[in-house]
Ligand binder design. Sequence first.
Ligand SMILES: [Zn+2]
Length: 479
Amino acid sequence: MSGPELVPTIGLEIHVQLLTRTKMFCGCELEFGAEPNTHTCPICLGHPGTLPVVNEQAIEYATRIAVALGCEVAPRSIFHRKNYFYPDLPKGYQISQFDIPYGSDGRLGDVRIHRVHLEEDAAKLSHVGESGRIHGSGASLVDFNRGGTPLVEIVTEPDITDPAAAREWLGLLRTTLRQLGVSDVNMEEGSLRCDANVSVRPAGTEELGTKTELKNMNSFRYLERGVDAEIARQRAVIEAGGAVEQETLHFDPASGTLTPLRSKEYSHDYRYFPEPDLVTLAPSQADVEAARDSLPELPEQRRERYAEELGLHPDAARLLAFDADLAEFFESATAAAADGVEAKAIANWITGDLVALARESELEPAATSADPASVAQLVGLVASKQVNRGGAREVLAVLVREGGDPVEIVERLDLGASDSGELDAIVEKAIAEQPDAAAKVKAGEGKAIGAIVGVVMRETRGKADGGEVTRLIRSKLGL
Ligand SMILES: [Zn+2]
């Protein structure tokens, strides 16, 4: 198929449940997994005559999020009613923000933040039995415990250009939010939910193509796969001479298929109007400054510190800093490491072999049986040449599978590097066995040393340190 290349544009909309003690506009406590409908009251059930009161902690958290994302905090913003009917919305409207969001014009990493606003969550619907029949056994159940949970919605500009970058950026956002202590950011439990707006346009053009919205991708992997599938679908539609329709889609990770949910509503469909029962939000400049001053070290700053102060490779610094669990693992490992074990070496083992081995078991590195102190100890054994790289990788595989003491594992698997006296003798014997190679090395043919190293490795069953062996051979040959 010829024609111009179609390049994707991706924007994300993220809903973050705030980790407040109570709901957004009433005093009901928030508790994930509680018995359904045990945390409700006339306010969050939308009884007539009740009045909402704003949760101060939610405002504080929204301020932290806004300043951490580099947003301008609006000196005055109000709540609006977003009107629509759905069984999870007892009032018939959701209290949200509309024309003036709480924060706007920010940036996180390479992605600009369009807006950050406050709203309340809907109740949780679950569908049981057989659906689609009037007299079937199917039913929809509503749990109002979640209804009224404080949410911050973060909307990015369409600055992301590929699915992997979308996933990585969401990881950065999640780590940032976690660091702020404002949310659990647990995608499986729904405290972090991500929608993606996807469009494609011919390379070299400015105007964005028609976008579709992918709803509620509840894991990083699904986000990447869903967006990838949608880009492929849009390209195929356009290349076949069709046009992409604006619609909302559901990605089914099991089958990899996309199904339309409903045609996209426009904002005027919601008849937004100012919420008359709530006062204007007017955070003082002092509050905003205080929030800015009290920010913890955020991933972006951590990345800089890792690269500049610890001298980590830029990729390793980013990988560690943007993943809260991995960063914590790394920090614990460096704290536990013996003197003289370099942070850089620990970082390399974590971002290289540990990440790879964990992936083989489909686990996050921090969720494997390897604990940070053991990994640090293992890196120390390599540094002191008590085990070579290949042996250490075997030890790490055991640590990932079942944990344990690296020294004990080295002994049990007989991976310890030979002691120097023994290695000395093996090297001498290897040189004697390979006189031609020895002569060539002496004559300046560096590559010929491989034959001698090979013999040593065979004799030590791969346990010797390659660098050490090369050094010994050369010294024995008087080089
Ligand atoms: Zn309530």
